[in-house]
Design a protein around this ligand. Structure first.
Ligand code: SF4
Length: 217
């Protein structure tokens, strides 16, 4: 059994959200849409191609149009040479797998790059730090040593670098354990936070446990 990088980053936002998402169909969101826009631009294709890929996967959703209006493709990206996209990675030893948005080269070394929406005032969001760390660990299992990575924020055009240390790696392993517990059926406590305001599972989360069974099992 593997945890995937998307699941551990959902767990950071809210363990219960992670539980719901792993039992539900994938719902199209702005990050899916900007990923297609970003990848198409980096590969030399246009927005029409991004739209085609998005609709093949999720159907014709208004999410794409909204994300397209806010998407920024910044010239600073020229500093990061694309090497590969949507790189499938897995490591049995750490029970982790994931699809890396982009592998880039900077000053003759290769690093993971992940996509996000808006940047915080400084640095990166914790969930993105965890994603970059997880991908550094997965790349290491393929023989590529990297102790940092990049986050590109698609709605404000910021590229930010993230250093990866032992503390972050330990935290990723802790999250892998927690996610695997959810896969085995452990149902986590509700965690009230700002994320609840926009959460697509608000209603089911507020209802009685019997409703969960009928919705997800
Ligand atoms: S409503 Fe809040 S506690 Fe419930 S799943 Fe969503 S984010 Fe988590």
């Amino acid at each position: 059994m593997f945890a995937n990088v998307g699941e551990i980053s959902s767990f950071v936002i809210c363990p219960r959200l992670c539980y719901f998402r792993m039992r539900d169909r994938i719902k199209p969101n702005e990050l899916h849409a900007v990923r297609e826009l970003y990848l198409s631009r980096r590969k030399g294709f246009d927005e029409g191609w991004a739209f085609e890929r998005f609709t093949q996967m999720f159907g014709n959703s208004e999410v794409f149009g909204k994300a397209k209006e806010k998407f920024v493709f910044d010239s600073s990206l020229q500093l990061l040479k694309p090497i590969d996209w949507e790189v499938r990675l897995a490591c049995e030893r750490i029970k982790l797998k994931g699809i890396l948005d982009e592998l880039v080269e900077f000053r003759d070394r290769k690093y993971p790059l992940v996509l996000s929406l808006r940047s915080p005032t400084e640095g990166v969001w914790f969930k993105d730090r965890i994603r970059v760390t997880a991908f550094c660990m997965l790349l290491k299992s393929r023989g590529l040593e990297c102790d940092r990575g990049f986050v590109y924020h698609c709605f404000d055009g910021n590229v930010r670098s993230v250093e990866v240390g032992r503390r972050e790696k330990y935290y990723v392993l802790k999250l892998v354990e927690r996610v695997l517990m959810l896969k085995k059926g452990f149902f986590p406590e509700k965690r009230e936070s700002k994320a609840c305001e926009k959460c697509e599972y608000r209603e089911v989360c507020d209802s009685k446990p019997s409703t969960f069974a009928s919705k997800f099992l």
